[in-house]
Design a binder for this molecule. Structure first.
Ligand SMILES: CC(C)(COP(=O)(O)OP(=O)(O)OC[C@H]1O[C@@H](n2cnc3c(N)ncnc32)[C@H](O)[C@@H]1OP(=O)(O)O)[C@@H](O)C(=O)NCCC(=O)NCCS
Length: 165
């Protein structure tokens, strides 16, 4: 695909990408602020948080990179999982745990391309399901996910406990 004159490619993460992807992890954290006021600020994300985030996805899934003219403009972090309580058949899935396209590159199909590459990873791993969670107020992301073919599966509801400060 092209954005203006640039081609955006999706590829696997390389160790040299770490600093650039960390910048995008912090951008995602900031973007979630309006939807979730219990999030830490981007600058409050610690080195140990970053270390475990990268390690967990490299160990149990994959990190995908969207690159344009040598610049990293988006990423997705995937986790392979196996689920099935005692009352259900076990099933395997790939969950997209983080997805971000940097501001200047949004609305040009990069997010959809990262989702398509995530689905290819799931297919390559022999998994039947692709999963993604989002904050309920993130209507923009929800519209993209629905268009991509996702349907609601689990809805988590909450309310503040009355009588607490
Ligand atoms: C959600 C996100 C990854 C989509 O990436 P993208 O490259 O912009 O997506 P695409 O160009 O493939 O698709 C664009 C579609 O996404 C939807 N969309 C995403 N964010 C939107 C927003 N803020 N406002 C309106 N529509 C939005 C629309 O359906 C849009 O389609 P349209 O252009 O025809 O209206 C990107 O907007 C982003 O990084 N947002 C901030 C972080 C975020 O919300 N991540 C998801 C966490 S679950």
């Amino acid at each position: 695909m092209t954005t203006g004159t640039s081609v955006v490619e999706i590829r696997d993460y390389l160790p040299a990408d770490r600093a650039a992807v960390e910048v995008l992890v912090r951008e995602l954290q900031g973007d979630m602020g309006p939807y979730f006021d219990r999030n830490l600020t981007p600058d409050a994300l610690s080195k140990s948080y970053m270390d475990s985030l990268f390690q967990a996805h490299l160990d149990k899934g994959a990190i995908l990179i969207a690159e344009s003219d040598g610049k990293i403009v988006g990423y997705a972090m995937l986790c392979h999982g196996l689920e099935g309580d005692a009352d259900e058949e076990p099933y395997s899935y790939t969950e997209v745990k983080e997805l971000l396209v940097s501001q200047a590159f949004r609305g040009q199909g990069v997010g959809e391309k990262l989702l398509a590459a995530s689905e290819e990873k799931a297919a390559g791993a022999g998994e039947r399901w692709l999963r993604i969670a989002l904050l309920a107020q993130n209507e923009g992301a929800r519209a993209l996910y629905r268009r991509f073919g996702f349907q609601d599966h689990l809805v988590i509801m909450e309310k503040p406990v009355e009588g607490r400060d």
